[in-house]
Write a protein that binds this ligand. Structure first.
Ligand code: FUC
Length: 332
């Protein structure tokens, strides 16, 4: 089902597409390819809003697809094939976050096709968009599968060499409780990327063993004694480079252990952000107030700031290549 969700200040119409399959129901917006709502057996498992204005005024990227480059680019600068590029600055007055002020999450995507359980969206990012070189065409399909998963498949091509690194930025909360601190999270990563005071990777790849970042055997998000100042806003290293097909990345379980979500992805990194700093000043889905830790993001992507790090696998997309990314959220 397709309906008009709202109209942007510039007159552009935002549509909502409702999908359904088995125990899953999803609502997708053409704004930012946002997953506005996702229900499993009738239980809402993501954070979102009921109205367009709240997305424009209050959303910390709820459910959106971030790009052209997800996460931070240090100094909002990069050099490609010897040429330096100044990107749009939208983070702490000096960096770029999630593709700039008008990144992919704030654009209206074209609705190409939809049926009961899937939707295909397209976005064209012109040469120079947010400072990036080259024209990029992105195709994204969300599918509710017969096996209880939401699958996102993205491909992209470019007419000049440019970085492309997209991610799905949904905030999950599997039981609708006020915080996810009693959810248990497992991440299949034996190392992570430490960050500086601006949350930008320092370049070091550090083992998680004997640190608060060891999620390999599962742990609650709630900080343990001595971890009071620990922040979870880091990239976990799943692999060095993208994989051909999806592999297990993470599992999240609600406090009672009744509902489980697994993340499977082709991507080599997983940004865990447990939203300690959010305090959303507008009612969310079902009238909920979203305070600190109301949800957590498991953002499958290539490692942050790769454009400025020789040691990280390149995110450059060349005209002869196709960017490809599959992430699945599997529920049981
Ligand atoms: C995540 C984090 C950031 C940011 C944003 C809304 O990707 O890495 O710190 O706050 O989402």
């Amino acid at each position: 089902m397709i309906r008009e969700f709202g109209v942007l200040p510039d007159g552009e119409v935002v549509h909502e597409i409702s999908l359904r399959k088995g125990t899953l129901q999803a609502s997708v917006l053409t704004l930012g390819a946002i997953i506005r709502d996702l229900k499993v057996d009738g239980q809402t498992v993501v954070l979102g809003f009921e109205d367009l204005q709240s997305y424009l005024d209050h959303s910390p990227y709820f459910g959106a697809v971030a790009g052209r480059c997800a996460n931070r680019i240090a100094g909002a600068r990069m050099t490609i094939d010897g040429q330096e590029h100044q990107l749009d600055v939208n983070e702490r007055g000096r960096h770029q976050l999630h593709g700039g002020a008008r990144g992919f999450s704030r654009r209206v995507w074209q609705l190409e096709q939809s049926d009961k359980a899937s939707v295909l969206l397209k976005l064209v990012s012109e040469d120079g968009d947010m400072g990036y070189p080259g024209r990029v065409e992105v195709l994204l399909r969300y599918t509710l599968t017969g096996t209880g998963a939401l699958r996102m498949k993205i491909t992209a091509t470019a007419d000049r060499t440019t970085p492309v690194n997209l991610t799905q930025h949904s905030y999950f909360n599997l039981d609708g409780s006020a915080t996810i601190l009693d959810h248990t999270l497992e991440i299949a990563a034996d190392s992570y990327l430490p960050v500086d005071e601006d949350l930008i990777p320092t370049g070091e790849v550090r083992k998680v063993a004997w640190t608060p970042y060891d999620f390999q055997d599962g742990r609650k998000l709630r900080r343990r004694a001595g971890e009071e100042t620990v922040v979870f806003d880091h990239n976990f290293c799943l692999s060095d480079a993208p994989r051909e097909s999806v592999e297990f990345a993470a599992a999240l379980e609600d406090a009672a252990g009744d509902r489980r979500m697994e993340v499977w992805t082709t991507e080599p990194g997983l940004q865990l952000f447990d939203a300690g700093g959010i305090d959303v000043q507008a009612p969310g889905l079902e009238g909920k107030r979203y305070g600190p830790h109301a949800g957590l993001c498991l953002e499958a992507q290539r490692w942050p700031d790769s454009v400025n790090r020789d040691g990280f696998t390149s995110v450059l997309l060349r005209p002869s290549e196709t960017y490809s990314h599959v992430t699945e959220f599997r529920f049981s």
